[in-house]
Design a protein around this ligand. Structure first.
Ligand SMILES: *Cc1c(COP(=O)(O)O)cnc(C)c1O
Length: 422
């Protein structure tokens, strides 16, 4: 598509956008008396308007019913997590029994690694992308130390290229093929939080699994952003957070995927709790743990209803809009942002370097922009003009135009503000 950096052109794209009305389902922060230009849905998604109603209903049921709410609430709390299985499964390309909403992301990564990182004999190493999200690095390093292994020796990190900031996929594949029999686990981010690089999860999974490596994906920046097909890709496990693209609110509940082939095993190493126990006998309080033959076996505690309720409102919107249509809009919306950034760069003579891959197949809806020679002052200027974006030291601005609630006009307005600020 031929883009133009003009208000009319952006308005026209908005008029033709079949997803444009979803914006009205969300609450935008207000800055300077106007709705902010919100580009941080990759960090904390916006609140759906329906969240308040759902939360109030849960509070009302608790007040009215007390403990009876476990079975009598309009959404009974006892099977509360089950309300998420179908929509989450659709979102990540899984069977409903392969997903469960529980805990926080890093907690889940640990729980999953207890089961799926099992160093043995020569096969001890973990392969990941260099400069992964800090929490993932800490989780991987501490898992290694937990097994008595030195991270310096047993963690293989494929570093991003020093200039481009991008990890070369062929390098990952080479390491898998060369050192495959030493690697116990591959655990990577599906979309890198910093550069916005989207990895070919299907291909990497296939090659790694062919080498006998267990494959787990951190989908914090991928779930609700890019199409996923975890079951068919034959991924072993995955986890994601609910509060980024999935709009579950601060600290909202995470989700996990565990491939069917790992279900129903009693001898799998796993940290267990009563919520993973067979539902029909759970309240007989038996001594012996009998795992639910689904991903639910990894649940420990009963569902934190208030931190899960907001996700229901958001998943309903994802279901209505459909991931395919969202992805289609994300591609155009992000391409428009790329175009506008280039136009501003030409108009101002200021270099604006997009480190996110320009190939739309290798990125979701985030662009990370380096502004050489300009520091936090530029970012602060943007903020004072009502732009909510994300600053990473020393000089990267991360912008995520989210197809559920961002518009082409948002991007046009951002371009005007950026031009003025430069
Ligand atoms: C956001 C993010 C996290 C956050 O972890 P929490 O446990 O939810 O606080 C972890 N890993 C990645 C890759 C992330 O993007």
């Amino acid at each position: 598509m031929e883009f133009e950096f003009s208000r009319d052109f952006a308005l026209n794209l908005d008029r033709e956008d079949s997803l444009a009305t979803y914006r009205n389902e969300f609450i935008f922060p207000v800055m300077n008396g106007r709705p902010a230009l919100y580009f941080t849905g990759n960090s904390l998604g916006l609140q759906a308007k329906k969240v308040k109603q759902i939360l109030l209903e849960e509070l009302e049921d608790w007040g009215k019913l007390g403990v009876e709410g476990h079975t009598e609430a309009r959404r009974p709390w006892l099977p509360y997590h089950e309300f998420f299985s179908e929509p989450l499964a659709r979102l990540v390309g899984a069977k409903p029994e392969e997903v469960v909403a529980m805990n926080g992301l890093t907690v889940n990564l640990h729980l999953l690694m207890v089961s799926f990182y099992r160093p043995k004999d020569k096969r001890t190493k973990i392969l990941c992308e260099g400069r992964a999200f800090p929490s993932d690095q800490y989780a991987l390093q501490s898992q290694l130390r937990f097994h008595g292994l030195n991270p310096e020796e047993h963690l293989i990190e494929i570093m991003p290229h020093s200039e481009t900031g991008i990890v070369d996929e062929s390098e990952i594949i080479e390491v898998i093929q060369e050192k495959g029999d030493e690697i116990a686990l591959l655990m990577m981010g599906g979309v890198n939080y910093y550069s916005g690089q989207l990895f070919d999860m299907e291909k990497i999974t296939r090659i790694a699994r062919n080498q006998g490596i267990v494959v787990g994906w951190d989908l914090a920046h991928a779930a609700g952003n890019v199409p996923l097909d975890l079951h068919n890709w034959d991924v072993d496990f995955a986890a994601w957070c609910g509060y980024k693209y999935l709009n579950s609110g601060p600290g909202g509940v995470s989700g996990v995927f565990i491939h069917q082939r790992h279900h129903g095993q009693r001898d799998i190493p796993r940290f267990e709790g009563w919520w993973g126990h067979d539902k029909s006998s759970r309240f007989e309080m038996p001594d012996e743990f009998k795992p639910i033959p689904t991903a639910e076996a990894w649940q420990l505690s009963n569902a934190p209803v208030f931190s899960m309720a907001p996700l229901l409102a958001s998943l309903e919107l994802f279901d209505k809009a459909g991931m395919e249509a969202l992805r289609k809009k994300a591609i155009t919306l992000t391409a428009y942002l790329e175009f506008v950034i280039k136009e501003v760069s030409i108009a101002t003579g200021q270099e604006l370097r997009i480190i996110t891959p320009l190939d739309t197949n290798r990125r979701g809806c985030q662009l990370s922009v380096v502004v050489p020679g300009r520091g936090k002052d530029l970012f602060d200027k943007l903020s004072s003009e009502g732009v909510i974006a994300d600053w990473r030291n020393p000089n990267v601005i991360r912008l995520a135009p989210v197809p559920l609630y961002n518009s082409y006009t948002d991007i046009y307005k951002f371009g005007e503000i950026l031009k003025k600020a430069l």
